[in-house]
Design a protein around this ligand. Structure first.
Ligand code: HEC
Length: 115
């Protein structure tokens, strides 16, 4: 009638399962990717929308429509880092970490998908 060891084992297995799930989710890359995309989106909307617009198409102050830009990933990163101060595009190399610059760069490629 008294079987104390069985539920204890179940509890232990449960804990083990939970631990595995936690480790699995904290290591999974998808989490990081969507976080990165959010960072890029937020930084873009806070710093770039003034001229480029949230959708990249505003074209204020002589800014080109980013949704139809043909720059490749490297060239886009350079455009953001060095800017084009004489033409009104600020240089952002010293304003953001490399990680944030890459997140912003990746985000502007998302804008090309919603032409
Ligand atoms: C004050 C206005 C302004 C702001 C703010 C601004 N830009 Fe620009 N951007 C421009 C202008 C003007 C150009 C065109 C420069 C040229 O013709 O050389 C440009 C060009 C670009 C280009 C090159 C596009 C192409 O196809 O040639 C990219 C990429 C870009 N901007 C991204 C960004 C990002 C990302 C941010 C925010 C971190 C940003 N810009 C903030 C005005 C701005």
């Amino acid at each position: 009638m008294n079987k104390p060891s069985f539920p204890l084992i179940l509890k232990f297995l449960n804990l083990l399962l939970l631990l595995h799930a936690t480790i699995f989710f904290s290591c999974s890359g998808t989490n990081n990717n969507s976080e990165n995309e959010n960072i890029g989106k937020n930084l873009f909307e806070q710093n770039c929308s003034l001229c480029h617009g949230n959708d990249g198409k505003l074209m204020a102050a002589g800014a080109p429509d980013l949704s139809v830009s043909v720059l490749d990933k490297d060239a886009a990163l350079i455009a953001i880092e060095k800017g084009s101060p004489q033409k009104g595009m600020p240089a952002y190399a010293n304003r953001f970490s490399k990680e944030d610059l890459l997140a912003i760069r990746d985000y502007i490629f998302e804008l090309r998908k919603t032409k």
